[in-house]
Design a protein around this ligand. Structure first.
Ligand code: BGC
Length: 877
């Protein structure tokens, strides 16, 4: 009865829709009439106003329940609203304990209730009222009804609210995010728009603020429109900040070392699902800085290595998996943020072509392949403009050339201005409103066009629609720690890299080994993790070092609770396994000497807010307080005492450890994460065959790097240049161009088995109109006696006239093979891929261009020139 009654009167009461909606803040709970007759009459009237798009509040039915009364007040925010708001008032004299509120659609074919949540907690005070937000999809159609069921501790009350009207349905989930965002934008007041473009933190104190849900940032909800709150939390290697205990994953670099994008998806999936379990809906992970420019950067562990294509593809896989959990993903720090020393003053100087073919290419791939919805601009300057107000980076490249539809948020307190920043492309200041609090005034006085503010809001809303924040209710629940830890272990096992095993000391034989010395690195209880904003509070609690290293002077050293010692004991139950903490090299050497095999754990802590003083562990140990003494001296003593020594590295990025002898084995375990102990044991004993490859070159010394020492900020705190004279020759490209031999090359990693790649052929489909590509085909054979996996890599030499480095990585494939098995493998390179595989950046046409000339295609198992197989050449006319 209500729908038709309401429809009939719809045009009669159309006027109220012009009234502005009331601000929730000024709204006081009202007592409503209780007469039964009024109830009968007022309900249809309230519904009618809503249905016709009225924004005002209306009288509502009052229903008695025991000694208490509830009232509903159905409001609608306009004919194109994506949400409905119901007001629930407690008219009784006692607080109500509400255990659930449920809504269901009475006409499911016309609309769907997709979200119903109680905004005011579980207790509704006497005389109190609260709003319930419900998102309908589509939100306003004729002849539909919602049933609201409220259950308090004792009783269930059901109230039907009919919704009818002739309004145009707001764009629903079947519409594009842009269409839906544009419709929502039309409903917003200026104050509401300004709320969305700034962080909700109310202090300028960099470290002392707190955000709900332990997040790093927060944007308040706009309740009357059903726009949810944003909770922004870090998550490069697992859920970060103070959100709660989480699964500490192996470092992001360790994941890139798997060279397996399926493992990257699993990695992103753990981060995304645990964020969702905690009710976080924006992830601040996605560190894609091309760290090969500065491998001593303290944040190397958060990144994906030195190659733009490898880094871009891994970033994209992480982000896509995170966004699949209805979380806004993020890629950062845009761009050229390659050192921590003086990061707010460093002015990266780079020419256009070099920038496009290096750091920016990694971002271009990461953004285009994942559909990421937010980009975090960095602290530093690029070519003398701060990155968070860098017209070239934000407006021209990101939003112009790449058509990025989402929003740009500042790194924390990286905003530099109001007008400049907004005009040059920044869409959201984080975590507070130091500059954007005056944005409203800047719009009023004409310095910032209204259209620009609208565009900022549109971008943020479309991000929220694109990942499904409006359509998928949050589901806060317990993290499945046991299952996630098992994935963390798999991720570590797929990313560890066997760097040296000259006398086949590894794998250790659990059934024959009699005694093992486990030395140093807190291996009796833990494995090391990286510090800073990416720090995860590991499940089970970490071992926390008493004194925080300085620099950075604010990050903790946390050891994840996973014991290699215990795992080794478990896997080799017949051996005597003893531990020495390594602080006295002589006692460690004595234990090593009396044991059949020694396993030494070398740990190198690194963090946001600091860089390593050197690649060389001798200089690192002098600067750090995580090991009291010299780990190089420890290695020297132990390897001298027992040639059967395995060195296990737990570190953030490339490091040189001298004194590893010709018979010693070396396993790069990175920061191994929540189940690092069992993962390392499985690798040492061959339960898992190592298959990782280095995603970053390990130099022999600092002099092999483009900048032997890291440029430091001047004492007066002024801006200082970091000249990227190496241009696009980053990482192995630099080593190739300068004919330098590193300690271990990019792409390198051993196995307990051996592989051959034979009969390599080039298939040239570059003239195929639909899918111009070339393929490298070959036979991969596991010539050893164990199952394992190899990562064949395809590199390309560009035409000589282009002055490119001798080769660039284009594609790879991780192939598992049983002992003795062979497989025909095809690796395809699509010329139209986001990685621009055959192009150079043409500064004349301002575009990616394939040059005429001869291209040489190589197949290899590392970037070492000696390992390249020339497959053939391609000629482009
Ligand atoms: C870091 C960002 C991080 C942010 C929030 C900044 O210090 O540079 O990577 O997302 O803090 O924690």
């Amino acid at each position: 009865m209500f729908p038709s009654f309401a429809s009939a009167l719809c045009s009669f009461v159309a006027a109220p829709q012009l009234r502005p909606a009331r601000s929730r803040r000024n709204h006081k709970p009202r007592r409503l009439p209780t007469a039964g007759a009024a109830l009968f009459f007022l309900l249809p009237l309230a519904v009618l106003l809503s249905a016709c798009g009225g924004g005002g509040s209306n009288s509502a039915p009052i229903v008695s329940l025991g000694t208490t009364s509830y009232a509903f007040n159905a409001q609608m925010t306009g004919t194109t609203s994506a949400a409905q708001t119901f007001e629930l008032a407690n008219l009784g004299t006692a607080p109500l304990k509400i255990s659930s509120i449920a809504l269901s659609g009475a006409n499911a074919s016309s609309f769907t209730v997709t979200t119903g949540n109680l905004a005011c907690g579980s207790t509704l005070a006497a005389n109190g009222s609260c709003l319930i937000y419900v998102t309908f999809n589509p939100p306003s159609v004729a002849n539909c009804a919602a049933t609201v069921t409220i259950t308090d501790n004792a009783t269930t009350l059901t109230q039907t609210i009919a919704l009818t009207g002739a309004g145009t349905p707001a764009p629903g989930a079947n519409q594009t995010p842009d269409t839906r965002a544009a419709a929502m934008l039309t409903l917003m007041t200026q104050a509401e728009k300004l709320t969305l473009v700034q962080g909700g933190v109310t202090t300028n104190n960099t470290y002392g603020y707190s955000v709900p849900r332990g997040a790093a940032g927060w944007v308040p909800a706009i309740a009357r429109l059903g726009i949810p709150e944003l909770y922004l939390a870090d998550g490069s290697v697992g859920v970060g900040n103070g959100v709660g205990p989480a699964t500490a994953l192996p470092s992001s670099l360790a994941n890139a070392a798997s060279w397996d994008l399926n493992e990257a998806t699993k990695y992103g999936n753990i981060i995304g699902s645990e964020l969702a379990d905690y009710g976080i809906n924006v992830n601040l992970g996605g560190n894609t800085n091309l760290i090969g420019r500065e491998p001593r950067d303290g944040r190397t562990f958060e990144t994906k290595g030195e190659d733009p294509i490898l880094a871009g593809k891994f970033a994209a896989a992480h982000i896509a998996a995170i966004q699949a959990q209805h979380i806004i993903g993020d890629i950062k720090h845009f761009s050229f943020n390659d050192q921590e020393s003086g990061r707010t003053l460093a002015n990266a100087i780079i020419d256009e072509r070099s920038g496009r073919e290096s750091d920016l290419l990694a971002f271009e791939i990461g953004i285009k392949d994942s559909g990421v919805q937010s980009v975090m601009c960095s602290y530093n300057l690029t070519n003398s403009q701060y990155d968070c107000e860098n017209e070239y980076l934000l407006n021209q490249v990101l939003k112009g050339d790449w058509n990025f539809p989402g929003f740009v948020m500042s790194d924390w307190w990286a905003t530099q201005s109001t007008v400049n920043a907004t005009l040059n492309g920044l869409d959201q200041e984080q975590p507070n409103q130091q500059f954007f609090s005056s944005l409203g005034a800047s719009v009023t006085n004409g310095q910032v066009p209204q259209a620009r503010l609208d565009n900022m809001v549109q971008r943020i809303l479309r991000a929220m629609y694109a990942v499904g924040l409006f359509d998928n209710p949050q589901n806060i629940q317990t993290v499945p720690f046991a299952a996630d830890a098992a994935v963390a272990q798999e991720l570590e096992e797929s990313g560890a890299v066997l760097l040296q095993n000259p006398s086949n000391l590894l794998p250790l034989n659990a059934s024959t080994i009699k005694s093992i010395a486990v030395i140093s690195g807190h291996a009796d209880t833990s494995v090391l993790s990286g510090g800073g904003s990416a720090q995860v509070q590991p499940n089970g609690g970490g071992l926390v070092q008493a004194t925080d290293p300085c620099p950075p002077c604010w990050a903790q050293v946390i050891w994840d609770p996973s014991s290699p010692l215990q795992a080794i004991k478990a896997i080799a139950p017949n051996a005597t396994v003893a531990f020495d903490d390594g602080t006295n090299p002589s006692s460690a050497a004595a234990l090593a000497q009396s044991s059949q095999v020694a396993v030494v754990f070398i740990t190198v802590w690194s963090s946001e807010g600091m860089d390593q003083p050197s690649i060389d562990i001798r200089a690192i140990d002098q600067a750090q307080i995580t090991y009291p003494g010299s780990q190089a001296a420890l290695v020297q003593a132990v390897t001298a005492a027992n040639p059967n020594t395995v060195v296990v590295l737990e570190n953030g990025g490339p490091v040189l450890v001298p004194f590893i002898g010709p018979t010693n084995a070396l396993l790069e375990a990175w920061y191994p994460g929540q189940n690092g102990g069992p993962a390392i044991a499985d690798l040492l004993f061959g339960k898992t065959n190592p298959s990782g490859k280095l995603p970053v070159t390990f130099p022999m010394n600092d002099n092999q790097l483009p900048r032997p020492s890291i440029p430091q900020p001047p004492a007066d705190g002024s801006i200082f240049p970091v000249n990227y004279t190496e241009g696009y020759n980053v990482g192995y490209k630099w080593f190739d161009v300068n004919s330098l031999t590193p300690w271990f090359p990019f792409g390198f990693g051993l196995s307990y088995t051996t592989f051959t790649m034979t009969n390599a052929q080039l298939v040239n489909n570059l003239n195929s109109a639909g899918n111009p590509n070339f393929q490298v085909t070959f036979k991969l054979t596991n010539t050893g006696t164990r199952a394992g996996a190899e990562v064949p890599q395809v590199y390309l030499g560009m035409p000589a006239a282009l002055n490119e480095p001798p080769k660039r990585l284009l594609a790879w494939q991780k192939v598992p093979l049983n002992a003795g098995a062979a497989q025909q493998v095809t690796i395809e390179v699509d010329q139209n891929d986001s990685s621009q595989p055959m192009s150079y950046w043409n500064t004349t046409s301002e575009s990616w261009t394939v040059s005429p000339g001869v291209y040489t295609v190589y197949l290899s198992n590392s970037s070492a020139p000696s390992s390249l197989i020339t497959v053939g050449t391609l000629t482009v006319n």
